[in-house]
Design a protein around this ligand. Sequence first.
Ligand SMILES: *Cc1c(COP(=O)(O)O)cnc(C)c1O
Length: 390
Amino acid sequence: MFDAELIAAFYRKETPFYYYDLALLGRTLNAAKTAAESHGFHVHYALKANFNGRVLEYIRDTGFGADCVSGNEVKKAIEMGFDPSKIVFAGVGKSDREIDYALRHDIFAFNVESVQELRVIDGLAAKLGKKANVALRINPNVDAQTHHYITTGLDENKFGISYWELGDAIEALRESDYIELIGIHFHIGSQITDLNVFKSLCIKVNEMNNWFDERGFRLQVLNVGGGLGVDYHQPDIKHVPNFQSYFEIFANFLERKPGQEVHFELGRALVSQCGSLISRILYVKNGIKKNFLILDAGMTELMRPALYQAYHKIERLSPIAAVDNEEQVHYDVVGPICESSDCFGKEVLLPRSARGDLISIRTTGAYGEVMASHYNLRDEIRYVYSDEIV
Ligand SMILES: *Cc1c(COP(=O)(O)O)cnc(C)c1O
């Protein structure tokens, strides 16, 4: 919910832009930090969710590490002042150059996704005369109960090492002189709202932990990834995710061996609610079957609805004090891009709207700005911070 003064300030700005509520970001980070620290857990922020400068500064200052999925993300994290000894690097397709860069900067761990990658890292580490810390990313075949495009821990997904390859992985580890196995890693998907999914994950992690222990590997790290979901339907009521109950699941169900650390890689849950995409209505098209609101923002600013049919709450920001009994109309809220999938919501019930009115698309702090593109030669994405808007 935005107050009248803020809405008036939005009206004075060039649209579209992302609005970042830094106070809410701060509260969210503190809640996550407090909950994690109460169990002695380590948090790495998944940079791919949002790598906007001020957002990253807040997260770095909270003391979290970084979870990166490309060499440039590793570079960005280091440039932003994240401690390299708290950087983890995952990804099914790490290039030699990316691995080399991360090796030179002594990151905390590579989350290794295949046996072949183990051998490549060993070779590159040998050339540098360095020892690479690795955690094996294991595909536990746990269904995250989320959209299939953001499910990553099933046998049919490309991520991680499958159970049947673990023997080969161990052989590769025994043969490599420049690799140190420090742990096991899992990341089964995103926008997980059923916490039972994480219980199932814990059971698999325990099995694997024992499996390695029986084979003489003393693992220092159990990295359970990220994936905690947020409430896209009620951004004003559930604006800070329930980190306590999330971490409690792992505290209760993970069987840590003496000295073992538990690591997390949260992205979405930390940054979603602090962001909103503010856009102006360019045209209103009233048809026989459909009414359309055509916005100046499209899938080039926010791709989630087009990419995985994601729901975002859409609100009309009234330029004047809201009147009672405003007529409500069903609109398809669409962007200007030449694609039929460029649609933010169908049959959205909104007050009767006019050209020039502002629309806010909520809960867009994660996987929003970072996915912006220049398709249709669109402008560079704009953003505004809550402490800068006047
Ligand atoms: C994307 C990703 C995350 C973060 O996922 P969220 O759902 O945003 O918490 C964590 N770990 C890995 C390996 C990822 O690829």
